[in-house]
Design a protein around this ligand. Structure first.
Ligand SMILES: *[C@@H]1O[C@H](CO)[C@@H](O)[C@H](O)[C@H]1NC(C)=O
Ligand SMILES: *[C@@H]1O[C@H](CO)[C@@H](O)[C@H](O)[C@H]1NC(C)=O
Ligand SMILES: *[C@@H]1O[C@H](CO)[C@@H](O)[C@H](O)[C@H]1NC(C)=O
Ligand SMILES: *[C@@H]1O[C@H](CO)[C@@H](O)[C@H](O)[C@H]1NC(C)=O
Length: 785
């Protein structure tokens, strides 16, 4: 379990690997056939000899006159080697057999997951132009050679997942251009050298899973560009240097599983910090206040420490804090659980503490809850699963099975139960009526404000048990809907979503609308009921060209339905699935769909506080109207979803679109939508779900020469040059969004802005652009992502 979270990259890899198995398809990674023999650039003999004598490539399969065309080799126009990547299928290769001193123009040496053995030879320092050195996931051992210091152009040094020993050489401080240093998962020891502070361009510093000792050097505060700092799983001690907490770009700070001491009550973390993991240390004192100590934090993990005192500071001013996930397992927290915590948290683990008092009803709203092994008492709130309260001897239940299983007390008074039942019936209705009233007030306000002659007409009908609200400038009546769908006859059903069926209804005015109906039995399941209300709540706040419009909704006995604008072309998924429609959806339209979706998501994420997270972006939830303009639909899972707690492992979203981090963290953030958007964007270009590409992204051998043009939907003609530029941009954006680490995905705002800017031509042959190039940092910079 512990490994699961802290092995950040390893985990992501595993998770994705799991997805590969689910999807069942693996990309065939054959060497792409060499293009028709163009006049091969003449490689300098020294470089050619070094390659031929290295033993890295199986010469019996390759054309030794055109080394530049080999898989894993990149050359510049002058015919000198600029990039060397992992060759295919030669196990047990060594760096020492490649004469590194001859490659005067080498910029990339990326031999990752390639079974490299031995040590790093000192002549690695003879590569004057090297910017990227990645040797991760191999079996290299020995010390990190000080000669690396000669690689003054180096931007990325990634040596993780090997068996390196010894200290970090002081000489590394000469690598002034380094932005990414990853030495995690080795056996390095000694202190973290304060001289690292000289690497002022550093954005990512990963030193986790080594044997580093001593304090965290306060000098790291000079790393003003640092975004991710991961020092977990070492033996570091001392306190967290206060200025470090306040680094202005820092997004993730991971110091778990060390021996860090002191209190964090007076630490003020920067406004950029969203992820703080201090678990499994020796932190003591009372809890900090979110609004003052970490105003932008989303995830806080201080499990397995020595904290005491009450939970009060967490609920001070909480509604405004973006904090949604708190782990405090295994501390000595006492006192009652503040009611307010249930209003803003998705995940709360308070197990193994000394909490007392009853369980607040609001806990029902917490998506992933663990209150076990405390001293709580009283009845279990309706809708909360007993399993979340195991080990609380004072808690009582009326479910004989659970009393037996978890040794709860029996709730003696029958009265309680009856009252609870009444509450369960009355409360939702009350909430609903209040909501409806607020909605009415809001709509009226809108009507007064717009003097437009198309102003919406609003009518509320309340006769007997029928209650409808319209937000539509034509007229719709409850009876019209019933007549038009012949009382929801299957013939009019055009789809079944996660939370109900959708019908097509032609009104007497000949206007067509889509009606989403929850059936009686569905309306009684809290999850569906909740999702319905959620959708109303979210959609009434949203007005955007690319978000599906809600015309109104009705509540009739136990039947509820929502009325939307009708989208003639159905979902993007169904269009791409159908060969005829897919061919109608030409490249221009496809690029437009991706852009529209990006603008809508940017609006949801950045024009609301707190942001609206959709959580289920997929090709099925992007609908198209008669002009092929996209609209995002299905807000049933958006924002605060509370669902049947007997299924605590359900993650909202569609398999194949869910961000990898959700598989192990349950942290819902905008970045999960960004990932799903990346899948949809790629799917739009490829023409079907891009399973193989997603899985190859994670395997060590992404480094294959597949070009963008090869993966484009082959049902359409090859794009013209002007559209190809746009397609390349969509692809660069998509791959950036698909980054396994949420830290490095762009925001929807930057994506949306990037789509609004004019493209300046790229000076690379677009028809030959490879997936690997599309993923490069250079092209991301080109788009300002
Ligand atoms: C929180 O910390 C505990 C202890 O180190 C760990 O087991 C758990 O997985 C962490 N959770 C997250 C989401 O980081
Ligand atoms: C090189 O390729 C040939 C032909 O595919 C194969 O028979 C041979 O075993 C390979 N050699 C090595 C060292 O992998
Ligand atoms: C590596 O190449 C250089 C330049 O061609 C040469 O001087 C040197 O002897 C070579 N080293 C080995 C071990 O072959
Ligand atoms: C660092 O990068 C800059 C700009 O990219 C470059 O001009 C400089 O030569 C590089 N090297 C060093 C040692 O600063």
């Amino acid at each position: 379990m512990q490994l699961f979270v802290f092995n950040f990259y390893g985990t992501t890899f595993l998770v994705i690997y799991g997805m590969v198995i689910i999807m069942g398809t693996v990309l065939e990674l054959g060497a792409t056939p060499a293009p028709a023999p163009a006049p091969a650039p003449l490689l300098p003999p020294s470089e050619a000899n070094a390659i031929l004598n290295s033993g890295w490539w199986n010469l019996s399969q390759l054309d030794s006159h055109n080394i530049c065309s080999w898989y894993g080799i990149d050359c510049n126009v002058a015919g000198s080697i600029t990039g060397i990547r992992c060759p295919l299928g030669t196990p047990g290769i060594r760096l020492a057999t490649l004469n590194l001193s001859v490659f005067k123009n080498l910029e990339w040496l990326e031999v990752s997951g390639c079974g490299l053995q031995g040590t790093i030879p000192p002549d690695i320092g003879n590569l004057p132009k090297l910017t990227h050195l990645r040797l991760s996931y191999n079996s290299l051992h020995g010390e990190i050679p000080p000669s690396l210091a000669n690689l003054t152009q180096l931007e990325r040094l990634i040596l993780s997942n090997n068996k390196f020993q010894g200290p970090i050489p002081r000489e590394l401080l000469f690598l002034r251009n380094l932005t990414w240093l990853d030495l995690s998962y080795n056996s390095l020891d000694g202190k973290i050298p304060p001289a690292l502070a000289n690497l002022t361009q550093l954005k990512i510093l990963h030193l986790s899973n080594n044997k580093f000792q001593g304090p965290i050097p306060g000098e790291l505060l000079f790393l003003k560009n640092l975004i991710c700092l991961d020092l977990s799983y070492n033996s570091l001690n001392g306190e967290i240097p206060p200025p470090l907490a306040n680094l202005s770009q820092l997004d993730s700070l991971i110091l778990s599983n060390n021996n860090i001491q002191g209190s964090i009550q007076n630490l003020v973390f920067s406004k950029s910090l969203t992820w703080l993991d201090l678990s499994a240390n020796k932190i003591s004192g009372t809890l900090p206040v979110p609004q003052t100590n970490f105003p932008s934090l989303k995830l806080l993990n201080i499990s397995h420490n020595l904290l005491f005192g009450s939970l009060k500071p967490l609920s001070v001013g909480n509604q405004l804090a973006p904090l949604t996930t708190i782990y405090l397992r295994n501390n000595s927290i006492s006192g009652k659980i503040p009611l307010e915590l249930g209003y803003f948290l998705n995940t709360l683990d308070l197990s193994y503490n000394n909490l007392t008092g009853t369980v607040p009803l609001s806990m029902e709203n917490v998506y992933d809850l663990n209150l076990s092994f405390n001293n709580l008492n009283g009845p279990i709130p309706y809708g909360l699963s007993e399993s979340r309260l195991i080990g609380n001897k004072g808690v009582c239940s009326d479910d004989l099975y659970h009393i037996d299983e978890y040794q709860f007390k029996r709730c003696s008074v029958k009265d309680n139960k009856v009252r609870l039942k009444q509450l369960v019936i009355v409360l939702p209705i009350l909430i609903f009526l209040i909501m409806a009233f607020l909605l009415l007030v809001r709509l009226r306000h809108i009507r007064i404000a717009t003097k437009n002659k198309h102003a919406k007409t609003i009518a509320a009908t309340k006769n007997g048990d029928l209650f409808c609200i319209w937000n539509y400038d034509g007229s719709i009546a409850y009876d019209d809907i019933i007549t038009a769908t012949q009382d929801f006859d299957m013939r009019y059903c055009i789809g079944t979503g996660a939370y109900g069926s959708v019908y097509r209804a032609q009104l007497p005015s000949s206007k067509i609308v889509a009606v989403k109906k929850l059936h009686g039995f569905e309306a009684e399941v809290p999850a569906f009921d909740e999702s319905f209300k959620n959708e109303v709540k979210v959609l009434t706040e949203i007005k955007h060209r690319h978000v599906v419009k809600l015309h109104g909704f009705c509540l009739h006995r136990r039947t509820m339905f929502l009325i939307y604008e009708y989208m003639e072309r159905g979902s993007l998924f169904s269009v791409l699935f159908d060969d005829v429609e897919a061919m109608e959806l030409d490249w221009k339209k496809r690029v437009n769909i991706v852009k529209g979706t990006a603008h809508a998501l940017s609006y949801l994420h950045h024009d609301f506080t707190p942001p609206i997270v959709h959580r289920d972006i997929s090709a099925s939830n992007v609908l198209l109207n008669s002009d092929w303009e996209p609209s995002i639909s299905d807000f049933g899972t958006a924002r605060f979803l509370s669902f049947d707690s007997s299924h605590p492992t359900i993650v909202a979203g569609t398999i194949g679109y869910i961000a990898p981090e959700l598989a192990y963290s349950m942290v819902v953030s905008e970045r999960c939508d960004v990932y799903s958007f990346g899948v949809v964007a790629l799917e739009t270009l490829v023409g079907s779900h891009p399973k193989e590409i997603l899985s190859s992204l994670q395997s060590a051998s992404t480094e294959n020469g597949i070009t963008l043009c090869e993966i484009l939907d082959q049902r359409l003609p090859q794009p013209t040059m002007s559209v190809l530029m746009e397609i390349v941009r969509v692809a660069i954006v998509a791959f950036a969004c698909l980054n396994a680490n949420p830290c490095y995905r762009p925001t929807m705002k930057s994506v949306s802005q990037c789509f609004l800017t004019q493209l300046t031509p790229l000076n690379i042959p677009l028809r030959e652009i490879s997936l690997q190039q599309l993923m490069s940092q250079e092209l991301r910079h080109y788009l300002n992502l």
